[in-house]
Write a protein that binds this ligand. Structure first.
Ligand SMILES: Nc1ncnc2c1ncn2[C@@H]1O[C@H](COP(=O)(O)OP(=O)(O)OP(=O)(O)O)[C@@H](O)[C@H]1O
Ligand SMILES: [Mg+2]
Length: 281
């Protein structure tokens, strides 16, 4: 059940003077159980691409195969419930979508909607409330009394509570403090290790280096590269030409001109190992 995009293009407001290409002839395949990062400049098409994964928008041309469903320009909104049970999308700033009276009811809404009985939905909601790092007491409160960061956690718990096979996250950690971001990334990484597929839009190259096993780079709606982080980040000149940042560890290693590296370190742990090896020599 891999994910396949074949020549997918998307045009906003087609056949009007405001027509704008969001995606331009994009083809790729993602493996089951992989952790995928989507990177690229503002306006490169990341959110447009994300919205195709659960058919929130459909290709103007091309074809998508995902979780047993084929999506084409002709696909109607009927019969998409099964797809959305398996593929869920967490938008940028998901906290704006909370609506229930209590936090626990809000988290339980998704599971109930996808056929869990009340008891099981509540059980799952309690489990995920804890998993996202919130206390039982918060479960009884109104979601609107919480801080922005807590609301974000509730919104994410609400999607994870029905355990979609494919979890798509559009900048889930934007605006969170570093500690909260770390906890959230660890949560997604655990979720992948349990066998789920994760697709993450991020501007944070340290997270890409640490967690992703596959990276898609978008530029002006086109997929300009897809590869492992080591391959994506090894060509500094290419990154600069495309205005992409490097992970901090590789940026730092680039400034240590007297050191010899067996491979370019992408994470702090690998950077430390490489420096220690140089000192031993
Ligand atoms: N609703 C819309 N109507 C018209 N054009 C749009 C719409 N949404 C996005 N676009 C355009 O499509 C292109 C891709 O936008 P998209 O939001 O997918 O980029 P992005 O990579 O997610 O950017 P960001 O990093 O800022 O979130 C941009 O040129 C954008 O202006
Ligand atoms: Mg976006």
């Amino acid at each position: 059940m891999s994910i396949k995009f074949k020549n997918v293009s998307y045009i906003y407001s087609p056949e009007t003077p405001l027509a704008k290409k969001g995606l331009d002839n994009v083809s790729f395949e993602l493996k089951d159980g992989s952790f995928n990062a989507i990177i690229g400049h503002t306006g490169s098409g990341k959110s447009t691409l994300m919205q195709h994964f659960n058919a929130l928008i459909k290709p103007t041309t091309g074809k998508i195969e995902i979780a047993g469903t084929t999506i084409t320009p002709e696909t109607t909104n009927k019969n998409l419930k099964d797809l959305r049970r398996h593929v869920s999308l967490v938008f940028q700033f998901p906290e704006t979508q909370l609506f229930e009276n209590t936090v626990l009811d809000d988290i339980a809404f998704g599971p109930k909607n996808f056929g869990y009985d009340n008891e099981k939905a509540l059980e799952s909601a309690k489990y995920w409330l804890k998993k996202v790092g919130l206390s039982e007491e918060i479960g009884k409160r109104s979601p609107f009394e919480l801080s922005g960061g807590q609301m974000r956690r509730v919104a994410i718990a609400g999607v994870m509570a029905y355990e979609p096979d494919i979890l798509c996250l559009d900048e889930p950690a934007a605006g969170l403090d570093p500690e909260a971001r770390k906890q959230m990334m660890a949560l997604f990484s655990d979720y992948q290790k349990q066998g789920h597929t994760v697709i993450l839009v991020t501007h944070n190259m340290d997270d890409v280096a640490k967690y992703a096993d596959n990276v898609l780079v978008l530029e002006q709606g086109k997929l300009i590269k897809q590869d492992k982080p080591t391959e994506i980040f090894k060509d500094r000149k290419w990154l600069q030409e495309h205005h992409l940042e490097e992970p901090k560890a590789s940026l730092f290693s680039g400034k240590l001109t007297n050191y010899k590296f067996t491979e370019m370190p992408l994470t702090i742990n690998n950077l430390v190992k490489e420096i220690e090896n140089n000192i031993k020599r």
